[in-house]
Design a protein around this ligand. Structure first.
Ligand SMILES: [Zn+2]
Length: 421
């Protein structure tokens, strides 16, 4: 019998014959798992990496949350789905435009396509900022689809989220937006809903609050990974095919001696060279939740008017701490970005250096720990792990947005021995 297939954005996916759970662990630098495993905190994952598929993949640059979650959800890079950060600048109106509205998406998701084909789909995110884009074109209701965030779990309705009374179901209070529990709630709900509904496809996406504050191997980080390990073991015991990946990595971006953040303030430099009002630095990491990173990441894009952009690029590249400077065209080719949502230059910091606008515009009072952040090329390596053997998988050039391809097209499920391929 021919297996049913679903085509989404030019990629083809087999119909799942076991429930698929793709987990996006926000900010999961590969070292977090390695250290937690070596210190004995992740018994389930240690076993799954031995018996299943254990790869490292490249995420999307800029290594930010939204572009990567949308890539995983669509199976395609930002040049196709259009989400290149949290913000872009509209030079016509002079406005910074937030890109978290579904209207900015330029293609459909794997979730909506499978739902259209008859699958039951459940999507749970930590922060509400992602929920509406991930739920784009989904239908909500009993046995059809669910999409909600733990941040606003208490406000979920059948009409808008496909579920109500989430707190009762999960048995946890509504978590603080800056907490480990915001992510734990995602898994606790995922396990309950897998038990109750057994959806065909589930997507669970956490927040990187812990990773921004704690290095791999730190006690708080290990506890967080041990918590996740326990929930994955429960999903595994229910027969789920589980793929673990991340939206981006995470690195220390401070002076090891003083603990002070390392920052190159681009707007101050450019104002000095070109004059005020000639250039506009956009930091697409900026969003309403900046407390734990002060809007400092290692990626910036610069819009210019009446300025020699090649000259500015040359001068920026000479600055200590700057790793790459690209023209819009070069950046869009290299990183598969949508040209109309990227400035005239793209600037990327070295591993331990962030890019800011000007010192007075960054509120760093919320940084209670030395800065750890992301956004650059040095946060591009992420785990891509599955609790099943992947039949015939080529491991070179894997992307985090191959997660559903891996789960749906390569997983050798327990009912289907490898020899039957
Ligand atoms: Zn993230």
């Amino acid at each position: 019998m021919e297996r049913r297939k679903v085509e989404v954005n030019g990629r083809e996916y087999d119909w799942p014959d076991a429930p698929i759970v793709v987990v996006c662990i926000d900010g999961s630098e590969p070292d977090y798992m390695d250290r937690a495993i070596s210190m004995g905190h992740m018994p389930w994952l240690a076993e799954a990496r031995q018996t299943g598929t254990d790869c490292v993949a490249d995420c999307v640059v800029p290594t930010f949350t939204n572009p990567n979650n949308l890539s995983i959800a669509t199976g395609r890079p930002p040049s196709v789905h259009g989400i290149a950060g949290n913000f872009f600048w509209n030079p016509e109106t002079g406005e910074e435009v937030m890109m978290n509205d579904p209207a900015f998406l330029r293609c459909g998701t794997i979730f909506a396509a499978f739902q259209e084909a008859g699958a039951q789909v459940t999507v749970i995110t930590a922060k509400d900022k992602l929920r509406r884009q991930l739920g784009y074109e989904m239908r909500f209701g009993k046995g059809v689809g669910i999409c909600f965030s733990s941040e606003k779990a208490d406000q979920a309705t059948l009409a808008e989220n496909g579920i109500e009374d989430v707190l009762d179901l999960v048995g946890m209070p509504i978590p603080d937006v800056y907490s480990a529990e915001l992510s734990e709630f995602v898994f606790a709900a995922g396990v309950e809903l897998m038990r109750r509904d057994r959806p065909d496809i589930m997507y669970l996406s956490t927040t990187d609050y812990i990773q921004h504050k704690h290095a791999p191997g730190a006690e708080v980080a290990n506890n967080f990974y041990a918590m996740m390990d326990g929930y994955w073991a429960q999903l595994d015991a229910m027969g789920c095919v589980i793929v673990l990946t991340a939206d981006h990595g995470m690195n220390a971006k401070h002076d090891p001696a003083s603990g002070e953040p390392k920052v190159v303030y681009l707007q101050s430099l450019l104002d000095g060279w070109a004059g005020e009002g000639k250039t506009r630095v956009i930091l697409p990491i900026t969003d309403p939740y900046v407390v734990h990173h002060g809007a400092l990441g290692s990626y910036a894009t610069v819009y210019m008017r009446g300025v020699d952009s090649e000259e500015m690029a040359r001068r920026l590249f000479e600055i200590d701490g700057i790793m790459e400077v690209h023209s819009k065209g070069e950046a869009c080719r290299r990183y598969e970005l949508p040209p109309d949502r990227v400035g005239d230059l793209v600037v990327i910091g070295e591993c331990d250096v962030t890019l800011g606008t000007s010192a007075e515009r960054h509120d760093l009072t919320g940084l209670t720990e030395p800065l750890r952040s992301h956004g650059g090329v040095t946060e591009q390596k992420v785990p891509l792990i599955m609790n099943r053997v992947a039949a015939g998988l080529k491991t070179e050039g894997l992307r985090n947005f191959d997660a559903f391809d891996l789960a749906l097209n390569y997983a050798v499920t327990k009912s289907e021995p490898a020899a039957a391929e």
